[in-house]
Design a protein around this ligand. Sequence first.
Ligand SMILES: O=P(O)(O)OC[C@H]1O[C@H](OP(=O)(O)OP(=O)(O)O)[C@H](O)[C@@H]1O
Ligand SMILES: Nc1nc2[nH]cnc2c(=O)[nH]1
Length: 189
Amino acid sequence: MLEEVKKSLESSPIVKKGDYNYFVNPISDGVPAMDPKMLRELSLAVHKHADLDVDKIVAVEAMGIHLATALSLATDIPFVVIRKRQYGLEGEQEVYQKTGYGSSNLYINDLHPGEKILIIDDVVSTGGTFIALLKTLQDMDLEIKSAVAVIEKGEGKKIVEKETGIELLSIIKLDVIDGKVVIEKTIED
Ligand SMILES: O=P(O)(O)OC[C@H]1O[C@H](OP(=O)(O)OP(=O)(O)O)[C@H](O)[C@@H]1O
Ligand SMILES: Nc1nc2[nH]cnc2c(=O)[nH]1
């Protein structure tokens, strides 16, 4: 079921961001162009394995947005985006996000205590982004029914789960070894 996704990930170029081995792929970069078959495979996998009894799908800018859009179209559940832009709206929450190669502030809007949510992002790697977001969403009294990182790179999932107590659903686990993406497992294995 994840054949197109696996093929594409295995052929990802690796670029260096400082010491960090960064794979480049349509799912997580939007380049090169994405075959819609891949998006469909991922959306179906999330649909099958995540808890969709939620009020909102929450996408993390930028590369969670297309994944949330596909899922929203398939389920009719509305989605909201955690942005890198500050709006200054009432109730806006600022979150500091640190990855393996950079950092920025993220801004949460239009999420309210008691709402049930599914949060989706493209990659978990160091876990910095998910840890910061999940802790803030817990503090905001949201009910996190599903947290989805479509691609799990390295040890990020375990780190997030240990730090937050929230289980992270990943569709594909991979690592970068000797300059190549190696797929370790998928949710279908
Ligand atoms: O587990 P971590 O080490 O935190 O890495 C994961 C984060 O890194 C990427 O975000 P990036 O800030 O590069 O933003 P983008 O989605 O705008 O490309 C990715 O989309 C995740 O949000
Ligand atoms: N595309 C891409 N996104 C990431 N987000 C965190 N690590 C990575 C990576 O290696 N590649």
